[in-house]
Write a protein of this length. Sequence first.
Length: 235
Amino acid sequence: MTELIAALDVGTINEEEALLQALKNTVTFYKVGLRLFTAHGKRAVDLVHRFGGRVFLDLKLHDIPQTVAHAVAEAQKLGAHSVSVHLSGGAAMLKAAAEVRPRPKLWGVTVLTSLGAGDLRLLHGRTSLPTTVKNLARLGWVNGIDGTICSGQEVGSLRKALPHLDMRFICPGIRPKSSGVQDQKRVMTPGQAAALGINYIVVGRPITAAPEPLKAAQNILAEMRHASASALERP
């Protein structure tokens, strides 16, 4: 079953608390990202815990191995369920992070969903976007990463290309049909993600910027349940 992670992409504790209050009993998993964590740090994480939620600490760590390993250890002290790292940080960095004990789950970023094929050509030359995603996903897996962050559009091809790897997928860039894509380029609807059996979807602005965040979250969850049920009914 696909699980919803609501992204608390706000700038103040008051805004965070208002969202947590609105979504309690409906959403239990939240993303604390760079904006909120830079502004409020541990306080932002503790507030989610006070509401009984789990925290995906989305800091996209990318530095020398020792620095990242220390940051992962600090995320564990904060009680984070999971923390993100950039897979492009390389094998040594990923291995150092994975060897931290105890530690939160490590979720590895392949290619940001705000990037398209043209952006990748500037960064990786002639290597195609699907190949870049596949290579980074494999690199993460063999070095102890627990989950792969990618666009939902790439999940099917990754499962075919790496069938021997029991990957868990975390997909941002999720947009209901009624929502604009904003700065995202490789998007998917909640229903499509659920039909694919993606483990987690991360949804920010379609919930946080909605006039009624609770209703927006409930609509997303209903779409996911319907898609999952329809997928099970197919022969």
